[in-house]
Design a binder for this molecule. Structure first.
Ligand code: HEM
Ligand SMILES: *[C@@H]1O[C@H](CO)[C@@H](O)[C@H](O)[C@H]1NC(C)=O
Ligand SMILES: *[C@@H]1O[C@H](CO)[C@@H](O)[C@H](O)[C@H]1NC(C)=O
Ligand SMILES: *[C@@H]1O[C@H](CO)[C@@H](O)[C@H](O)[C@H]1NC(C)=O
Length: 334
């Protein structure tokens, strides 16, 4: 609520400023009324979109708390592969592209697609005529999830557009893997303009959610110290659906306890625990553990920065009508 009010007054101030600036710079000021009207239309559309997404995400998290974690990860996996372009949502188009959805880091692992589809649908019914990309819906859903699981809300800038293609190999090579050592992880974040400190903040999202036993039974992916306590019954078949929390202490809450896990050598993934392997990252882990408020603020700042990752140059963009499909239905439309 408090956030909504602040955001509203901030945006209203901005609109007022823009209108004033326009009035000062324009010789002829008769369109001011139109501008005001247009701006307040856009503003109420934006509020409608925000409210629609929030209601769908709230319902989903009430049904299953883990869905909040899944939506945060879905946004991360969208942004890290060729920018925040909704690419992860696209079904493969045989003969045209094999996409991100079925790429090994995502296949049978990322979730939340139905929630995004439902949000798109709710926007259509609640806010007729509103144009919002699926990439923007992902950004809003991740933010709402952070806030609803116990983190802090933060403003999300809209205006992203959806790609008309997706990148199978991009998901394989650009996303960090649970067996990546510290240098490989740092390299992948630095390729996205994110510092070591921003990386430690973002991986703090592992304070919520779960990993699959299928992932953990591969020795390369797990913190060796966690193997003896792992209740997976490894080896498991590839259709095993058992889960293990990434944060042993409070997997349902967006808090600082993931960092405490790392300090106790109880990080679940190999990639988690290696953050303690160099003072550059271990110092940040200790800082966030002793100052949870700082973690929440720096996490939000890093999410905002990640959420600004632009689509690949030259890729065609649109506002997708159905999040799993590019607009139009024949090659000649393209
Ligand atoms: C070095 C970086 C990272 C690696 C190697 C990594 C790897 C993983 C792996 C292997 C899983 C479990 C997947 C499965 O078993 O199906 C997972 C889950 C998760 N990851 Fe990451 N991750 C990283 C960074 C991040 C970042 C930056 C975020 C978000 C900002 C994030 C959010 C999550 C969440 C919330 C889950 C739980 C999802 C659920 O329960 O559905 N991760 N991650
Ligand atoms: C994705 O998972 C499905 C179901 O397990 C499997 O049949 C398919 O081969 C996988 N796709 C890829 C590209 O690995
Ligand atoms: C797809 O991913 C590869 C590997 O990361 C990258 O080199 C390529 O530029 C990407 N393609 C697009 C269209 O972004
Ligand atoms: C899992 O796969 C095995 C074979 O790989 C099969 O026998 C079993 O019925 C499957 N279990 C489920 C729940 O689908």
């Amino acid at each position: 609520m408090a956030f909504g009010a602040t955001h509203l007054s901030l945006t209203l101030c901005l609109v007022a400023l823009i209108v004033l600036a326009k009035a000062n710079f324009d010789e002829k000021i008769e369109p001011v009324n139109n501008i005001l009207e247009q701006n307040s239309d856009m503003l109420s559309q934006e509020f409608c979109i925000i409210a629609a997404v929030r209601s769908v995400v709230g319902e989903a998290i009430t049904r299953e708390r883990r869905m909040g974690a899944s939506l945060i990860r879905l946004f991360f996996h969208d942004c890290f592969v060729d920018g925040c372009d909704g690419g992860i949502l696209l079904d493969d188009i045989p003969g045209r592209f094999q996409g991100e959805k079925t790429s090994p880091p995502n296949n049978n692992s990322v979730r939340g697609f139905q929630v995004i589809d439902q949000a798109k649908q709710r926007i259509k019914t609640m806010c007729p005529g509103a144009a919002v990309s699926c990439a923007d819906i992902l950004a809003l859903a991740a933010r709402d999830s952070v806030a609803m699981l116990g983190g802090m809300p933060y403003p999300v800038r809209l205006g992203r557009r959806d790609a008309r293609t997706a990148n199978f190999t991009g998901a394989l090579t650009q996303l960090p893997a649970p067996f990546d050592d510290l240098n490989v992880q740092l390299g992948k974040f630095s390729a996205k303009g994110l510092s070591a400190r921003e990386m430690v903040a973002l991986v703090g999202a592992h304070t919520v959610g779960f990993a699959r036993c299928v992932t953990l039974c591969d020795d390369r992916n797990i913190n060796p110290a966690m193997k003896p306590t792992l209740r997976c019954g490894c080896p498991v078949s590839s259709n095993n659906t058992n889960l293990v929390p990434l944060d042993l202490m409070t997997p349902e809450f967006f808090d600082k306890f993931y960092y405490e896990d790392l300090i106790r050598n109880q990080g679940l993934l190999f990639s988690d625990q290696v953050l303690m392997g160099s003072s550059a990252t271990a110092d940040v882990v200790r800082t966030y553990n002793s100052n949870p408020g700082l973690f929440l603020r720096e996490f939000n700042a890093a999410m905002t920065k990640m959420g600004d990752l632009p689509p690949s140059r030259g890729v065609q963009l649109e506002i997708r009508d159905v999040c799993s499909k590019v607009n139009g239905n024949s090659i000649t439309d393209m």
